[in-house]
Design a protein around this ligand. Structure first.
Ligand code: ATP
Ligand code: MG
Length: 219
């Protein structure tokens, strides 16, 4: 019996790592067996093409690698991770918690296409990953929505003002603005649960957001 599979999705700096870790602890304290994943799997050689892409090896703009090619780099990394590391846990009924997943392709890569192709792109990506490659399909996708100017501030804080540490996506503000549009489109079309993480131009507290997440999970 497969376990419950929950994805925490969101743009850069939206609090995914923070919230995924809090949720892991909470569910484990309740006695659930939890396997936490983070994508891309930067520590695994399977993410080599993703790292090359984000490092600018194929061009210094996100658009230098098209929506299908770049998505394929990330898809391969996820397939490898599944086969190598968490297939057994998933099939054994563990709760799987993922910080990003196939859903990130839909946010980041779809934004490179004209809007009239978005719906087809979603259908293609979902069919490719879940039906053809057969990585598991999540049961619940929680989308942490952060207004882009707020997340930019958070990221600058994380990199201590050193803009050169940002990756190809992170340093391109226009690209991230468009990614938020594609995220809202996907959330609507695919029934992702959107949690609004900002209020009056600031982040809401970590505790308030984690309480919202728990409420969603408890239904
Ligand atoms: N609600 C919050 N309020 C203020 N700061 C926060 C909040 N949530 C997270 N942070 C801080 O914002 C930064 C980004 O958070 P985190 O690493 O969890 O986000 P992320 O979505 O995983 O980012 P990335 O997409 O870049 O991996 C961290 O320094 C974190 O401590
Ligand atoms: Mg993160």
């Amino acid at each position: 019996m497969a376990g419950k599979f929950i994805v925490i999705e969101g743009l850069d700096g939206s609090g995914k790592a923070t919230q995924t870790e809090i949720l892991r602890k909470t569910l484990e304290q309740r006695g659930e067996r939890v396997t936490k994943l983070t994508f891309p799997d930067y520590d695994n050689p399977s993410s080599a093409l993703v790292r090359m892409y984000l490092n600018g090896d194929f061009g210094d703009k996100p658009d230098d690698v098209n929506a299908y090619a770049a998505a394929a780099f990330y898809t391969v990394d996820r397939a490898a991770s599944y086969l190598q590391f968490w297939r057994a846990d998933y099939e054994d009924g563990c709760t799987i918690l993922a910080d990003r997943y196939a859903t990130s392709n839909i946010i980041y890569q779809m934004s490179k296409l004209p809007e009239n192709e978005w719906s087809d792109y979603i259908d293609f990506q979902q069919d490719f990953e879940y039906n053809k490659i057969k990585v598991p399909k999540p049961d619940l996708i929680i989308y942490l929505d952060v207004e882009p100017d707020v997340s930019q501030k958070l990221m600058s804080k994380r990199y201590s003002g050193d803009e050169s540490k940002k990756d190809l996506h992170e340093k391109n503000v226009d690209f991230l603005l468009n990614c938020r549009r594609s995220a809202l489109f996907a959330a609507e079309k695919l029934g992702w649960v959107r949690i609004s993480c900002t209020e009056n131009g600031e982040m809401r507290s970590i505790e308030d957001i984690s309480r919202d997440i728990l409420n969603v999970i408890e239904g």
